[in-house]
Design a protein around this ligand. Structure first.
Ligand code: S3P
Length: 448
């Protein structure tokens, strides 16, 4: 598991054309939620296409610790025998969520309105991340939380024995916070209301409806007003997890940058709360064809044909697009380095509190590869060098962050000189087959 084992350096060298089909694994957000919602239902939920990355495996262990029966039947095929809303038992040991902010925040929300106590921890990256954004709204239900200074893990959460429903306007655009409040609202009597000014990924809302909760989303001048009626009996579901558009971003961007590439990436989500990167790439001049649009696992998806695109131009990414591409800025900043002109990314300060400070990690690594970068607290600007123009020849620090590791591997595949990362092991949290999948397309990746 990342952060616990030895660092595993990895190097990407200028690669020949990428060709073939990139079948990326299941969506991380939906995988976490299928285990957690399955644990809240009465009876057996079946899941196919589950992402078997460490983040999701840690959530599976946590659900077992709270009393659900979580069983792996085969590759991506799992079942969850849920305990029902309010049915969690007190875990006998500390809950270790590893590297996963989504895992810990959603699970805190889920247990927050039951009369049980749990202590949460995680790896060195997760222990630096702010939990107050979740425990503040949870305190409105009557939940108490005792963590380290600054609301950091390890943290003990004492669930509310007599929760009251809440009305909460999100101060940051965060699907994790929204979901934590909705999950807590499940076991509070009456109606819990969450208001989000900017729409964030809506998997919790879609899945709660699928599991039989009473939930409405009203679009108003204040933003989306989400109303959940507490104490439903959730019905077990069959969940087919669609492929992860955030993981698909890596082969897609690699194919755009590596000369002569022409690949297919099937089943990429076109959910409007997740597709901001794809809109941005097309605006930059990327050659992406969106084929065979359809529904899979309740999500709109398309097959992407992606070809080498030597004439991409830098653009100003609209601020309001940030929530729909928040995890894709690191790899976008690599694409920007190979475009002509500057790419301006504003309104991105949330990147500073992800698995690492992603603005800092990308800025330092790109500079080491010969790219000019400007940054402030809320902004990243990359001055592109054009196709094939990036020098490379650097070792970049990943700071226990899977997306930083994969972004610099994409950079190395198209740079003049190889690019290394000090530790590629965090890739296992979200995209365990990254190395083999990219090599099968023709990427030159090696250990060390
Ligand atoms: C996620 C929400 C996002 C995203 C994370 C997954 C989710 O985090 O960065 O990778 O599954 O709800 P924030 O809610 O903090 O923006």
């Amino acid at each position: 598991m990342s952060g616990h084992g030895e660092a595993q350096p990895m190097t990407a060298t200028k690669s020949g054309p990428l060709r073939g089909v990139a079948e990326v694994p299941g969506d991380k957000s939906i995988s976490h939620r299928s285990l957690i919602f399955g644990a809240m239902a009465v009876g057996e939920t079946r899941v196919t296409g589950l992402l078997e990355g460490q983040d999701v495996l840690d959530t599976a262990s946590a659900m077992r610790a709270f009393g659900a029966d979580v069983i792996r039947h085969g590759q991506g095929e799992w079942s969850v025998h849920g305990v029902g809303v309010g049915g969690f038992r007190e875990p006998a040991d500390v809950i270790d969520c590893g590297n996963s902010g989504t895992g810990v925040r959603l699970i805190m929300g889920t247990m927050a309105t039951s009369a049980i106590t749990a202590t949460f921890t995680g790896d060195a990256s997760l222990r630096k991340r702010p939990m107050g954004r979740v425990t503040d709204p949870l305190s409105l239900f009557g939940t108490r939380a005792y963590g380290r200074a600054g609301g950091r893990l390890p943290m003990t959460v004492v669930g509310a024995a007599n929760p009251v429903p809440v009305r909460y306007a999100l101060p940051v655009a965060s699907a994790q916070v929204k979901s934590a409040v909705l999950l807590a609202g499940l076991n509070a009597p009456g109606q819990t209301v969450v208001i989000e000014k900017e729409p964030t990924r809506d998997h919790s809302e879609r899945m709660l409806l699928g599991f039989g909760a009473e939930l409405t989303v009203e679009k108003t001048a204040e933003g989306n007003v989400i109303t959940l009626t507490g104490r439903p009996e959730l019905r077990p579901q069959t969940v087919a997890v669609p492929r992860d558009p955030s993981s698909a971003a890596f082969p897609v961007c690699a194919a755009l940058l590596v000369e002569g590439s022409d690949i297919m990436v099937p089943g990429v989500s076109q959910n409007l709360t997740r597709n901001g990167l794809y809109l941005t790439l097309v605006e930059m001049g990327a050659d992406i064809e969106f084929m065979n649009p359809r529904e899979e696992g309740g999500e709109p998806v398309a097959d992407l044909r992606v070809r080498f695109s030597p004439d991409m131009k830098g653009i100003e990414v609209p601020d309001e697009r940030a929530p729909s591409m928040i995890d894709e800025y690191p790899v976008l900043s690599v694409v920007a380095a190979f475009a002509t002109g500057k790419t301006v990314m504003r309104g991105v300060k949330e990147l500073r509190v992800k698995e690492s400070d992603r603005i800092d990690a990308m800025a330092r690594g790109l500079e080491a590869c010969g790219v000019r970068v400007e940054e402030d607290e809320d902004t990243l600007i990359v001055h592109g060098l054009g196709a094939g123009g990036v020098q490379g020849g650097a070792t970049c620090a990943t700071h226990l962050d899977h997306r930083i590791a994969m972004s610099f591997m994409v950079c190395g595949m198209a740079s003049k000189k190889p690019v290394s990362v000090d530790d590629a092991s965090p890739i296992l949290t979200s995209f365990p087959v990254f190395e083999g999948l990219m090599q099968a397309l023709g990427a030159d990746l090696s250990r060390g």
